[in-house]
Each structure stands twice: as structure tokens, then as C-alpha cells.
Design a protein around this ligand. Structure first.
Ligand SMILES: *[C@@H]1O[C@H](CO)[C@@H](O)[C@H](O)[C@H]1NC(C)=O
Length: 217
């Protein structure tokens, strides 16, 4: 009886820890502007002397500027995270602007440390994410200007401008440093390359096809 209660309690504690660690840790002071040149390594950056902090440590300019979409996928992500705003250190949020040329895509990718909430401010955008194994359900929708969509943390997701004009989206992310893993680049463009016969078996195809795809990355 007592053992059962202890097991349940332990289960609840473990579950609570997973919830607590699903986003960046909460700050223990008003702010901790990143000392990006400091020698001390912590989970994030060490804090700059608060007496030396200025408004510029909390600011970024230029998000009104379209990103250059002249590339094979036809999109450009302009990040605004702790690398651009040192004042975001320890605060658990960041943002991006994403520009899409007509029919441009943001290829399937994941953010290992963040949920993303995206809004379309110009054009239209087809969005989707895939649930984890074994269902692998595709949750997809076409967004109009002003529509908002959520990509849950870690899940593979993508976007495509399904129109002939430009599309612009702004997204918020629940980490100062969300990280990005682009599926195709990670699988076919790793350094050094994953063995082509291993990938051929994974994708149920032949090594020639894998060599050809790997050559694109
Ligand atoms: C956009 O990127 C392309 C390809 O890298 C480059 O040729 C072009 O000059 C860039 N355009 C601008 C306005 O920077």
C-alpha cells in the first residue's frame, strides 16, 4: 500500500519534471543580458554586469526588411534570438521573420527546443506538421493574412507560399535559442555522409538514388 503510494508519487514527480524541462528554465533575476564573450560556460550565456546594460542590449532593428529568397527553396528566415538580442538570454522566447517567394517553401524541419506560433502578415501560406510514430498524422491548413498556427515543440513541420505573390510571416518561439534541424540536410547532407546503403534501406530505394540526392546537399 505505502509502496504503491510512493510509486505513484514518484511517477507524478517524474511527469512534473518533464513538464518543467519542456521549455527554457525560468530566470532567477530581472534579466541576464548575455555576456557573449565571457569565458564562463553555462546553460545559455553568463550575465553581463547589470550596471553596464543599455537599451541596445534588448533591441534589434531591421525586421521590416524582406529577406533574400533567391535560393533553391525560395524562402528566407531572419532570426531574432539570443544571438541578435543578448537581453533574451534566460528569458525563454525568440522570434523570426520568414519571407517566401511565390511557391517558395520552408522545408520540413524541427525545433528541438521550442514550440512555434506563427502569423501570416502578407499573402497566404500552406502549413503543416506530422505527429510522432506510429500515427504520423499530417495536420495541415492554408492560412490567410492574420491567421495564426501552432507548431508543437519537436514535431516535423513545413510551410509553402501557395500563391503568386510574396508571403511574409512572423513567428514566436518558446526558447531563446530554438535550434533548427532541417530533415533533408540532416539525413542527406551530414558531414561526413551517412552510408548510402544504410539510407537506401531506410528509404527503400537503391544507392544510386541516394548518391544523387546526397549530391544536392
Ligand atoms: C540575393 O541572393 C542572391 C543569391 O545569393 C544574390 O545573387 C543576390 O545579389 C542577392 N540579392 C540581394 C538584394 O542581396
Amino acid at each position: 500500500m505505502a509502496t504503491n503510494h510512493l510509486l505513484v508519487l514518484a511517477g507524478i514527480l517524474v511527469a512534473t519534471c518533464f513538464v518543467a524541462f519542456a521549455s527554457d528554465p525560468s530566470p532567477l533575476q530581472d534579466f541576464c543580458v548575455a555576456d557573449t564573450k565571457g569565458p564562463v560556460l553555462v546553460n545559455g550565456f553568463a550575465c553581463k554586469d547589470s550596471k553596464l546594460v543599455t537599451a541596445d542590449d534588448f533591441s534589434f532593428s531591421g525586421l521590416h526588411m524582406p529577406g533574400n529568397t533567391s535560393n533553391p527553396v525560395g524562402s528566407r528566415v531572419t532570426p531574432v534570438n539570443v544571438a541578435q538580442i543578448p537581453g533574451l538570454n534566460t528569458l525563454g522566447v525568440s522570434m523570426v521573420r520568414i519571407d517566401f517567394a511565390p511557391w517558395g517553401i520552408n522545408p520540413p524541419h524541427t525545433h528541438p527546443r521550442a514550440t512555434e506560433v506563427l502569423t501570416v502578415i502578407e499573402g497566404t501560406l500552406e502549413v503543416g506538421f506530422v505527429t510522432s510514430n506510429p500515427e504520423n498524422n499530417l495536420i495541415t491548413k492554408v492560412l490567410q493574412k492574420g491567421d495564426v498556427f501552432v507548431f508543437p515543440v519537436n514535431l516535423v513541420h513545413f510551410q509553402r507560399n501557395n500563391g503568386n505573390g510574396n508571403t511574409v510571416a512572423i513567428a514566436a518561439l518558446s526558447s531563446q535559442n530554438p535550434g533548427v534541424i532541417t530533415v533533408a540536410n540532416a539525413v542527406f547532407g551530414s558531414n561526413p555522409a551517412i552510408a548510402n546503403d544504410l539510407l537506401a534501406k531506410s528509404f527503400q530505394t537503391d544507392t544510386k538514388t541516394i548518391d544523387w540526392i546526397q549530391s544536392k546537399f
